[in-house]
Design a binder for this molecule. Structure first.
Ligand code: FE2
Length: 329
């Protein structure tokens, strides 16, 4: 069921999706102070191994050190690979996801992920294993792809071949909180439900028959079903462009044997394929949505099915001190 009885006001105005000034406020107020997943332990398999990343315009160097990762600003990596002499930044693990925070002080990763930390730590660690990773650049403000993932109106338009229609309200549960929202549904095609049930039985995993999309503000999203887990942050690269990384994990165990092995590998291929297809179905609409926002003179309204957007926009507006009043006249 949805939480609100009627439509809501679109809190942010169109310029909050392209204004340089508002973009700088978002960077300072909500993005730079936060924790961001930038890699996984599978991408740093060897002791001492490095990967380079760019986070919010800052070049980072991540180095595997035992069961953890050291992160530092990569300002002079061309001269030296000894990270003791580079500016260290905070890093922490949630399962096998490697998070980095560019702010020297502030909440811990566990505090940012709040009540979800333990579940996410379990979701991205054995018997779950990384089966697919992807990155993409979008010609749209970072909130456009995020907000697209927070509403189910677009399902029949963009995902007709993968999901069909959107679930009925009675089969949807929205949770709205100050720093996170979630969407849970049990409605899915019978053949999907049966395939998931069969796979979990052979793998020895619990079967809940649910699909959950979680948004931890400002920019982290996680999707889970019994047969896969997916983490997807979205970052701005300018006021009107953004980038994303995606990691998909699938279960390998706990049951052993030939049939569980076949189910685990078949499931891994299937979930990576579905994730790839869904992401490619969504992406083409983002530049058009951005063009629409840049041409728009009115902010519009938020329907009940998209009520998760309202909480997110309210969070952004309050933290960034955004002027959300309607322009005079
Ligand atoms: Fe979508």
């Amino acid at each position: 069921m949805f939480v609100h009885e009627s439509q809501l006001r679109h809190v942010l105005r169109p310029e909050h999706y392209y204004s340089e000034e508002h973009y700088r406020r978002e960077l300072e107020s909500v993005l730079l102070p936060g924790w961001h997943p930038v890699a996984t332990m599978a991408e740093l398999p060897r002791e001492g191994g490095f990967v380079a990343r760019t986070l919010l315009g800052r070049p980072l160097l991540l180095r595997r050190a035992g069961d953890g990762v050291h992160a530092c600003l990569n300002a002079c990596a061309h001269r030296r690979r000894d990270d003791d002499h580079l500016a260290r930044v905070r890093s922490a693990l949630c399962g096998e996801l490697v998070f980095v925070c560019l702010a020297e002080e502030g909440p811990s990763l566990e505090e940012q992920l709040g009540p979800h930390f333990a579940y996410l730590a379990e979701s991205f660690a054995p018997p779950w294993r990384q089966v697919w990773a992807w990155r993409a650049d979008y010609q749209a403000n970072w909130k456009v792809p995020l907000e697209n993932g927070l509403e189910s109106y677009h399902i029949p338009c963009l995902h007709a071949r993968t999901f069909g229609d959107y679930p009925q309200e009675r089969n949807v549960e929205h949770e709205l909180h100050e720093t996170w929202t979630s969407y849970t549904t049990t409605e899915m095609d019978r053949w999907v439900k049966n395939a998931v049930r069969r796979a979990t039985r052979w793998l020895g995993l619990p079967s809940t028959g649910t699909y959950t999309h979680l948004h931890v503000f400002p920019n982290l999203t996680f999707v889970s079903m019994d047969t896969f887990r997916m983490a997807q942050p979205v970052w701005p690269t300018s006021a009107t462009t953004s980038s994303t990384r995606v990691w998909v994990f699938a279960p390998f165990g706990p049951r052993r044997g030939v049939i569980p092995w076949l189910f685990a590998h078949g499931n891994a291929l299937a979930v990576a394929g579905v994730a790839r297809r869904v992401l490619h179905e969504d992406a083409p609409i983002f530049p058009d949505a951005q063009r629409g926002l840049e041409a728009s003179v009115c902010r519009g309204v938020i329907g009940r099915r998209e009520e998760r957007l309202h909480v997110f926009q309210d969070y952004i507006a309050r933290r960034c001190g955004a002027d959300t009043a309607d322009p005079a006249g």
